[in-house]
Design a protein around this ligand. Sequence first.
Ligand SMILES: C[S@@+](CC[C@H](N)C(=O)[O-])C[C@H]1O[C@@H](n2cnc3c(N)ncnc32)[C@H](O)[C@@H]1O
Length: 314
Amino acid sequence: MSDEQNKTIADNVIIYDIADGIEPIPVKVINNFDDTYPFSFEYGSKHRLTKEVKQLLHNPTPTDGCDCATDCNPKTCRCQAGSTVKFYSNVRRVSLRSDTQTVQSDEYQYIECGKHCGCHGKCGRQLSRDTIFKKMEIRYKPVIGFIVTACQHIAPGMPILNYVGSIVINGVNEDFDPDFGTDYTFNLYEGDLLVHCDAAKYGNISRFISHSCYPNACLMKVYPCNKPAETDKLILPKLVIVALRSIVPGDEITIDYGIDYFRERDLPCLCYNYNCRAPPDDFEEKCKTLDDINKERAKSRRQVQANMDDSKDL
Ligand SMILES: C[S@@+](CC[C@H](N)C(=O)[O-])C[C@H]1O[C@@H](n2cnc3c(N)ncnc32)[C@H](O)[C@@H]1O
């Protein structure tokens, strides 16, 4: 393909930083199609907890943490023993099985060391961060709405950002907005208490991440400590979005919402991937094979490169 064909029209940036300075890197919003703006929401980089929710939470004590010295030994660390995945802090990557499609289930959980641990949380096992870990943009895509795209390479197993929202217990949500219903809600627990994380009115850019039946990222629960046997208090996990496959600049970041999301709303899924579980009527015509997906990624990588080259000329 010639350089001329590679060139794209300069992006129409409609917001220069949707995070309003809260993140270490500004997050642009781009709409190259029409005048649509994202619905307003309050930007925050940590879960929002009401007083009532705080009262239900377990307060970690030294007995819930590990008794390692400054550097945790993966073989003896109690926090690592309670985790079903390993986090290699030197490369900032989580070990996931290569066939992993989603880690929303409790099969994958990670316990982070904290201040209450022998290592005082300074051992490097901290997987979650209260800021985005990678440079990303929000882009408008007709019909689907705003989506999140990567601006840099993200290797499989790397944490990308936390899914942040208001914590809702048994459906009581001060931030509830009937216009959005549960479109931005993820389940955290379904036991005696129903606990959700709702990002409709408050959250970070993770609230724009779309669903795909062939996702390149997933949500992983990261707990602050081991659950003590005697407590009936709540141990609230952070939801960390981790790359499942290698993500290249220009790729849309996607997760699996679960098929019930589409069934409950009687909504077709518009991911058009070969393995789509809620295909729309025009699926046969537009369906993407694995080969198409790889070609599309190569094209978006070339476009990002061309945009970068263009901005150097300015
Ligand atoms: C959590 S929001 C994602 C952000 C949203 N696109 C926006 O502009 O605010 C979920 C909504 O995005 C749209 N969406 C995301 N993934 C989709 C998919 N695979 N097919 C159809 N709609 C999708 C649907 O409208 C869904 O209710």
